[in-house]
Design a protein around this ligand. Structure first.
Ligand SMILES: CC(C)(COP(=O)(O)OP(=O)(O)OC[C@H]1O[C@@H](n2cnc3c(N)ncnc32)[C@H](O)[C@@H]1OP(=O)(O)O)[C@@H](O)C(=O)NCCC(=O)NCCS
Length: 156
């Protein structure tokens, strides 16, 4: 499948919202917004990301379909990447291909990626792109309503 990244457009946001309603995806990602069903709040948040000059926000196209998104941002004084794919696109190498393309666009190093301790898919995506596990922390995960382990990965 041909994977392309392009800047996020307003018409992508309802698709991202639908992709964020999947219960298994929310459980995997764990560190989610407090109310993932609040479409107005999420769309407003993503609209800010699109317009914030320090943030790089990309739509992943698989063929001509919107497969998900990638984002580069700074948090805890660390430059971070994050991603989310619609469930129909899981298990096909899309996240790995998309993150590789994104990393080629980003000169900043080190780069960090954070996952729930048990989000094996996301951990594998990071490792396949050269990140390695550098810390184990804990944090409150809205989707689990609990403090859980959070793994920190770094790409030097
Ligand atoms: C995690 C996620 C991005 C993985 O995307 P994907 O396109 O299915 O990943 P890939 O196909 O590129 O797979 C990369 C590797 O991870 C493995 N993998 C993918 N999902 C997995 C899972 N649920 N459990 C275990 N391994 C998994 C694949 O087998 C592959 O490893 P391999 O090449 O050694 O076989 C996707 O499931 C997703 O968006 N989930 C919901 C949101 C989320 O968790 N975002 C990340 C928050 S940190």
């Amino acid at each position: 499948m041909r994977i392309i990244l392009r800047p996020v457009e307003d018409t992508d946001l309802p698709i991202f919202f639908a992709q964020h309603q999947d219960a298994d995806a929310l459980w995997m990602a764990a560190f989610t917004p407090p109310d993932p069903t609040d479409e107005a709040a999420l769309v407003a948040h993503w609209s800010r990301l699109m317009r914030e000059p320090t943030i790089i926000y990309r739509t992943i196209l698989a063929g001509d379909q919107v497969a998900g998104s990638l984002v580069f941002f700074e948090m805890f004084d660390q430059k971070q990447v994050g991603y989310w794919l619609g469930r129909a696109f899981w298990g096909k190498g899309v996240a790995t291909q998309a993150l590789r393309l994104f990393l080629a666009e980003l000169p900043e190093r080190p780069l960090y990626g954070r996952t729930a301790f048990d989000n094996l898919g996301s951990q594998r995506v990071l490792q396949k792109c050269g990140f390695r596990l550098v810390a184990r922390e804990t944090g409150y995960a809205n989707a689990r309503k609990a403090e859980i382990g959070e793994y920190v990965f770094r790409l030097d």
